[in-house]
Design a protein around this ligand. Structure first.
Ligand code: SF4
Length: 209
């Protein structure tokens, strides 16, 4: 049977057997390794461009159902920074625990959620996600700026804000994984050591193309 034609931007989409959620296209960074640089607003044949039509929790849950359920995991990632939509993220994460018990829920973030929301969102993440991956990629502020190329508002304190977000997640006992993309000029061993000092785990991620 031919796959169903999907109309409109992808709010939920399959990636490696997981269902990923695209809550916002807004992002404080312009990372050199971002898939958007290579593929524009497409992931395969799925249009990831939400524009101003950011979904509410009901639409996200319905999009997960349309994908056939969460698969191996539910992942808040997308083509943008999911913590811009902290309220929706929390609502979806909590409802997902009821609808699909046992399915891991993961947040993938640049780690600026507290700065973006002007408040500590970490307490609300408890019970909403099972794991947080923070794309740190760097072990010092200048490398962080180089890899993430953030907008002006995030340049001065972005690295420290990200470290504080990691510390806050660890303090709340949310399993927290610092990630680094495997780039030739990135000495990820320094990032791994920094993760350890922060009490987080570390994961080296392959460069997606
Ligand atoms: S934080 Fe993620 S979505 Fe934003 S530019 Fe970097 S890789 Fe792309």
């Amino acid at each position: 049977m031919a796959p169903a034609t999907r109309i409109g931007p992808a709010i939920a989409y399959r990636c490696r057997g997981e269902t990923h959620l695209n809550l916002s296209n807004r992002c404080p960074g312009r990372c050199g390794f971002c898939l958007r640089r290579v593929h524009g607003m497409f992931f395969g044949n799925r249009d990831m461009g939400l524009g101003a039509r950011e979904p509410n929790a009901k639409a996200v849950l319905s999009a997960i159902e349309d994908e056939g359920g969460p698969g191996k995991a539910l992942v808040f990632s997308g083509y943008g920074e999911p913590t811009y939509r902290a309220k929706v993220l929390v609502e979806v994460g909590r409802e997902a625990a009821h609808r699909w018990p046992g399915v891991p829920r993961r947040l993938e973030t640049i780690g600026l959620g507290n700065r973006l929301n002007g408040r500590d969102i970490v307490p609300a993440l408890l019970g909403s996600v099972d794991e947080v991956w923070v794309s740190l990629d760097a072990a010092d502020p200048s490398s962080w700026l180089e890899f993430h190329d953030p907008w002006d508002a995030f340049r001065r304190r972005g690295f420290e804000d990200s470290l504080n977000f990691i510390r806050a997640c660890v303090a709340r006992k949310i399993p927290t994984i610092v990630t680094a993309v495997d780039l030739p000029k990135n000495d990820w061993t320094r990032v791994a050591r920094l993760a350890q000092t922060l009490g987080a785990d570390f994961k080296l991620r392959p460069l997606m193309a």
